[in-house]
Design a protein around this ligand. Structure first.
Ligand code: UDP
Length: 325
């Protein structure tokens, strides 16, 4: 296959590029390097099957040019990270909605298969669990930035779905639940790399709220292998799939587990949400995926436990960060 990955220098995109190249596919990575980083793909520079194009998904001509040349598009380019979205709401909305519309339109123009990445944020404050693909979305006011992100990604999903329904674009949607792993940065708020960096430098671990809120973390390697399998599965077209682990952990437990594994001297500091993000910020209290649908179709099962994930990221951060001895 020849593949276009939008957001190909990002955390997930770069791992997807690695996996595709390992399987002898050819990859064009389109990335504007806003949250994506050259360092994520620098090891691929000499690979003749890899090409990095620096540009944005908002540039129609660019997307047109590369969509025409490939067999499959993985659309991962998005403004992500709760902190980034709170800080730059307008830019986030534009990238997420207009960007996806542009990429879908080009998939239509050249009749290309397209996988659209979405998020567990779609479910909003629905604390039921495990969450099925057909479950309700429960959201607060659109004037609260967090819900505008959820809404933007929902618009992406609707676009992908109606491009399939009305124009027969072979599209499919994946909802990713807290993907983590090497190369993810804590800079945009993601909790796992943050806590690990704090633990390795013996700084206080910043737990937001009570720390009783829960998440399920999945290793990026498990995610990208699943994305490729889904893109190769004809029955996945026109469908939406949850991808995530079911090993549920509270954020407080996560902090303790990271302190234990890194043998850190860090103490936990509890920070109220309004101080961490903004006044009136609402968090999801629980987020567990139901993965029955994807499991039935392609036999999905994450291979990394939470402890293994943490150890893998600790190793990566130790190698790449200039930590005090
Ligand atoms: N979180 C935290 N401390 C941090 C960053 C995040 O306690 O320094 C919390 C955050 O409030 C949320 C959870 O960790 O409850 C997961 O946050 P993340 O931004 O990684 O993912 P998401 O909220 O999108 O699930």
């Amino acid at each position: 296959m020849k593949v276009l990955i939008t957001g190909g220098a990002g955390f997930i995109g770069s791992h997807l590029a690695d996996e595709l190249l390992k399987n002898k596919h050819r990859v064009i990575a389109l990335d504007n390097l806003s949250t994506g980083r050259i360092e994520n793909v620098v090891h691929l520079k000499k690979n003749p099957n890899f090409e990095l194009v620096v540009g944005t998904v908002l540039n129609e001509h660019l997307v047109d040019k590369f969509a025409e040349r490939v067999d499959v598009i993985f659309h991962l380019a998005a403004a992500v990270g709760v902190e980034l979205i709170v800080k730059k709401p307008l830019e986030s909305l534009t990238t997420n909605i207009k960007g996806s519309e542009t990429v879908l339109e080009m998939a239509y123009r050249y009749n290309k298969k397209i996988l659209i990445s979405s998020t567990s944020e779609i479910y909003g404050k629905n604390v039921n669990g495990p969450l099925k693909e057909t479950d309700d979305r429960i959201l607060g006011s659109p004037l609260k930035v967090r819900w505008s992100y959820s809404t933007a990604k929902a618009v992406d999903e609707m676009l992908a779905y109606v491009y399939w329904k009305e124009k027969k674009v072979p599209s499919l949607i994946v909802r990713l639940f807290n993907t983590v792993g090497p190369r993810q940065t804590g800079y945009y708020g993601m909790v796992v790399p943050r806590f690990i960096e704090q633990a390795l430098t013996n700084k206080r671990i910043t737990v937001y709220g009570t720390g009783k809120q829960t998440r399920c973390f999945i290793h990026v390697e498990d995610v990208v292998k699943t994305l490729i399998k889904l893109a190769e599965e004809p029955k996945a077209v026109g469908e939406v799939f949850n991808i995530g682990s079911q090993e549920e952990v509270s954020i407080e437990q996560l902090a303790k587990e990271i302190i234990r594994i890194t043998k850190s001297k860090s103490k936990i500091e509890y920070i109220p949400y309004e101080k961490a993000y903004e006044e009136g910020f609402e968090d999801m209290q629980r987020r567990v995926p139901d993965t029955t649908k994807i499991n039935k179709l392609i036999g999905f099962k994450p291979t990394y436990s939470l402890a293994e994930i943490i150890k893998d990221i600790v190793m990566y951060i130790k190698k790449n960060m200039k930590l005090p001895a």
